[in-house]
Design a protein around this ligand. Structure first.
Ligand SMILES: OC[C@@H]1[C@@H](O)[C@H](O)[C@@H](O)c2nc(CNc3ccccc3)cn21
Length: 444
């Protein structure tokens, strides 16, 4: 048994499109996810975020719930389409919601951690090319400047982007997320423009915010294992690691794209969009790195003609997402970051959690023992990293409450709080009570 120190932050995380609802209220315009949900076959049963968890109206109750659980920090994202519903048109009513939410959090001694972009690009931007159009960097700059000026006095911790890998490769190559393109060349260009926008935000932040405010980025990272010791599988694992991890870690922390991936992508995609000064902008010093960890990847030599790395199914415990439960990789990823990229830079686990088939029992409770075990095992690995000298500052459980799970709609439940979508009633799951006890004892 060992304790998390008094400064370690126990948090929970959500994202605007997944919880807020009020999709057309107080001036909010459409995002690419509002559009995507309305396209046949893109999202489970045509679910959408029109109402979601109605966090927009129920936020005070949700903050009270966090307070009662002893939650110390709340990671949420801001919906760009509320702030700039049209190009160049600022909507003060949009900011007002986040001022109300932030005020409620601070009144309850809960630290706000804000994700500036968690995938809900305004549709007007996408109509102008979106992340494919390098001008998006300027649109993003206008957006972040307004946030820092309006909220910078209350919000001290900022995350520029949530998972640029998802906003680029999952959304423009694999096609599972909005806007659902399937073009590797587009995805590579998008990944670069996302990182440029990240760098622009850091530059603006350094100009506007005081030093006691901190800025970082959140990356979803996997530990990649070869299916066998064969040279082919080892090569596949290296490429998969480049595709998932190094393509973002290297430019941000080393100021250059990984050469093997540039060469591979260069065969299928234009890579002449990198201009002088881009990598300097992308690799500015950060105050922290956010890590989203869910599972590892085991890959074998594949024949898809591009990456030639195919994830295999392993015979091990899995969550409802089909993701293997593999807590050890959380430790390994954090140690790799410490040794190869971030050194003593503060790290936060900005997401970790699991989806399970949660049901309300006859006793009115949700006995999600699998999620309790999942979280216990992963918190132990986090503590192991700290005990081994890792500079881990906090841990945000994904998620505070069940919510809109992107292409899976409402069919997957990640919350430590159950949401009855018919009534919007919240029910603390056993995992919420377990988390409350962990926070009060600080002992895992
Ligand atoms: O899927 C659970 C969460 C999701 O709800 C969050 O919005 C997002 O930040 C998030 N990222 C991951 C890990 N990356 C990922 C990989 C494949 C598909 C979707 C997400 C999981 N999650």
């Amino acid at each position: 048994m060992s304790d998390f120190n008094k400064d370690f932050l126990f948090g929970v995380a959500t994202a605007s499109y997944q919880v807020e609802g009020a999709y057309n209220e107080d001036g909010r315009s459409m995002s690419i996810w509002d559009t995507f949900c309305r396209q046949d076959g893109k999202v489970y049963k045509g679910h959408n975020g029109d109402v979601a968890c109605d966090h927009y109206h129920l936020y005070k109750d949700d903050v009270k719930m966090m307070k009662d659980l002893g939650i110390e920090a709340y990671r949420f994202s801001i919906a760009w389409p509320r702030i700039f519903p049209e190009k160049g048109h600022y909507n003060p009513k949009g900011i007002d919601f986040y001022k109300r939410l932030t005020d409620e959090l601070l009144k309850n001694d809960i630290k706000p951690f804000v994700t500036i972009y968690h995938w809900d690009l305004p549709q007007w931007a996408d109509d102008l090319g979106g992340w494919l159009n390098r001008e998006v960097v300027d649109w993003f700059g206008e957006y972040v400047s307004k946030l820092f000026n309006e909220l910078g006095g209350y919000i001290r911790n900022w995350i520029t982007l949530n998972e640029p890998w998802c906003s680029s490769f999952l959304s423009y190559f694999i096609g599972e997320h909005a806007p659902g393109h399937k073009d590797l060349g587009e995805a590579v260009l998008v990944s670069h423009n996302l990182l440029l926008a990240h760098g622009k935000a850091v530059e603006i932040f350094r100009d506007i915010n005081s030093s006691d405010s901190k800025i970082g980025i959140t990356l979803n990272l996997n530990e990649v294992f070869p299916a066998t010791d064969s040279p082919e599988d080892k090569a596949a694992a290296r490429i998969a690691d480049g595709f998932q991890n190094r393509w973002f870690l290297d430019p941000i922390f080393k100021g250059e794209y990984p050469k093997d991936m540039l060469e591979l992508f260069g065969k299928y995609a234009k890579t002449d969009f990198i201009t002088d000064g881009d990598l300097k902008r992308i690799s500015q010093k950060l105050d922290f790195l956010g890590v989203n960890y869910y599972t590892r990847a085991v890959v074998k030599k594949g024949n898809d003609g591009i990456l030639n790395a195919e994830q295999i199914d392993v015979d091990n415990e899995k969550t409802e997402m089909g993701w293997e439960v593999y807590p050890e990789s959380l430790y390994n990823i954090l140690m790799r970051l410490k040794n190869e990229y971030t050194f003593d830079l503060p790290l936060y686990i900005t997401e970790n959690g699991a989806a399970y088939k949660d049901v309300v029992s006859d006793d009115g409770h949700v006995h999600d023992e699998k999620r309790v075990e999942f979280l216990k095992k992963h918190f132990k690995q986090a503590k192991r990293f700290i005990d081994d000298g890792g500079n881990l500052r906090g841990y945000f459980v994904w998620s505070l409450m069940d919510n809109f799970e992107w292409a899976h709609g409402y069919s997957k439940r990640f919350g430590i709080v159950y949401v009855d979508y018919e009534t919007e009633k919240r029910i603390l799951k056993d995992s919420a009570l377990w988390y409350k006890n962990l926070i009060s004892t600080r002992t895992i």
